[in-house]
Design a protein around this ligand. Structure first.
Ligand code: DNO
Length: 387
């Protein structure tokens, strides 16, 4: 696999020169300054591409070319936005950047309740506490009928959490769930939002009446519209699985399990319609066996996210070591079946001073460097076994 790294552009505190020193071959990035829905022009694409190449690296993957909410809920301007999307794709294709990661998650991208959950060894990790997430849904968001979406055990946990909740912890939950992660991935939120919860409620309203079937139909409509451009320029679209892989806040999620993946691959049966195999997102659902899924979907996987989660009996989950045997198996599968496919690590621990640097959540330097070292070791072992 090609060793890639998610880099957030020339303002990223982690520089391309640093990345060359640690064995990174390709860059995963986006034109983060262009507002969601606007066309990525050839000039802007070339500027970033030349910058990357001047540092001896290549722009391997776009993550993400964001799909506007209106395309997801079929708003009145979706066709105009799809035309813009096609134009951006064509411009990327002409520039030779041909692997495009995106997601089809309404409103939220990935969500965690804790961004610095302490590990016994002094490092910290991302963590999803199901009880706190339900607390947020019921007591902070105050969503109509939220209780009906949670099981008894989780409701009991949320009630217990409510008894000792503090305003500080509430503020932290809001920051973690809807600002810190979403701000830089979906662009829906920024640190300057004064009333993020109100804004969040407004966004959720856009999906009133949109169920799983409707969201699927909208994804199919989008994919069918862009496939001709993808074929013309040899672009591979790779949808990122939903994280966590379950419906949240009453929103449908449609890339959560084997059936879902089968559905969208068959709905638009074109090799350019593919998957980002994020072992981490899929493994956050106890229903998924990532080692089976990796083998099954290898031929339609155009990008790999190497990380893995452990789900606890109460439904909490946390990011595990990049040496987890399941991840070793996933890496072996892709290294064997898809040797050149781009791969990046993420959601690695904060360690050795990472926590003071203000990195985007999940995108530490030392933690990711260690993770990349581990995954590179697995790849080297697999290759030596094959000789
Ligand atoms: C999380 C990332 C996702 C991913 C988007 C792709 O760390 O893997 O936010 O970039 O879902 O659109």
């Amino acid at each position: 696999m090609e060793k890639t790294w998610r880099w957030f552009g020339p303002n990223d505190k982690i520089t391309l020169d640093m990345l060359r020193q640690i064995g990174v071959e390709g860059i995963v990035t986006a034109l983060h300054h262009i507002p969601n829905g606007e066309v990525w022009t050839p000039e802007e694409i070339d500027r970033l591409k030349s910058f990357i190449e001047a540092h001896g690296l290549r722009w391997s993957v776009v993550e993400s070319l964001p799909v506007s909410e209106s395309i997801k809920y079929a708003g009145p301007d979706r066709d105009r936005l799809i035309e813009n999307y096609k134009e951006s794709l064509a411009n990327l294709g002409k520039a030779g950047v041909k692997t495009i990661c995106y997601n089809f998650m309404p409103v939220l991208d990935w969500a965690r309740t804790d961004l610095e959950y302490p590990n016994p060894d002094g490092t910290s990790n991302l963590y999803f506490n199901r009880g706190e997430f339900a607390y947020f849904d019921i007591h902070i968001l105050k969503r109509d009928n939220a209780e009906a979406d949670w099981d008894e055990t989780t409701l009991a946990r949320a009630a217990e959490i409510a008894e000792s909740m503090t305003p500080e912890r509430e503020a932290k939950l809001i920051e973690n769930i809807i600002i810190k992660t979403q701000g830089f991935v979906s662009g829906n939120f920024s640190e300057n939002d004064l009333k993020p919860v109100d804004k969040f409620r407004e966004l959720l309203k856009l999906y009133d009446g949109i169920d799983k079937d409707a969201l699927r139909a909208n994804m199919k409509y989008f994919l069918e519209a862009i496939m001709p451009v993808c074929r013309e320029y040899g672009i591979n679209m790779c949808v990122h699985p939903d994280d966590p892989p379950m419906p949240v806040f009453g929103l449908p999620r449609i890339v959560t399990c084997e059936d879902d993946i089968d559905w969208f691959l068959n709905a638009v049966p074109d090799s350019h319609n593919g998957l980002t195999f994020c072992a981490g997102s899929l493994s956050a659902g106890a229903h998924n066996d990532v080692t089976v899924l990796a083998r099954k979907f290898a031929d339609r996987t155009h990008f790999v996210h190497a990380r893995i989660c452990t789900v606890m009996p109460d439904g909490d989950f946390k990011e595990s070591s990049h040496l987890d045997p399941r991840l070793i198996d996933v890496v072996r599968t892709f290294e064997t079946l898809r040797p050149g496919v781009p791969m990046r690590v993420d959601h690695a621990p904060l360690m050795l001073g990472d926590g003071d640097k203000g990195y985007n959540a999940g995108y530490s330097f030392h933690g990711r460097m260690l993770a990349l070292g581990m995954v590179s070791g697995i790849m080297a072992t697999v290759n030596s076994e094959q000789q």
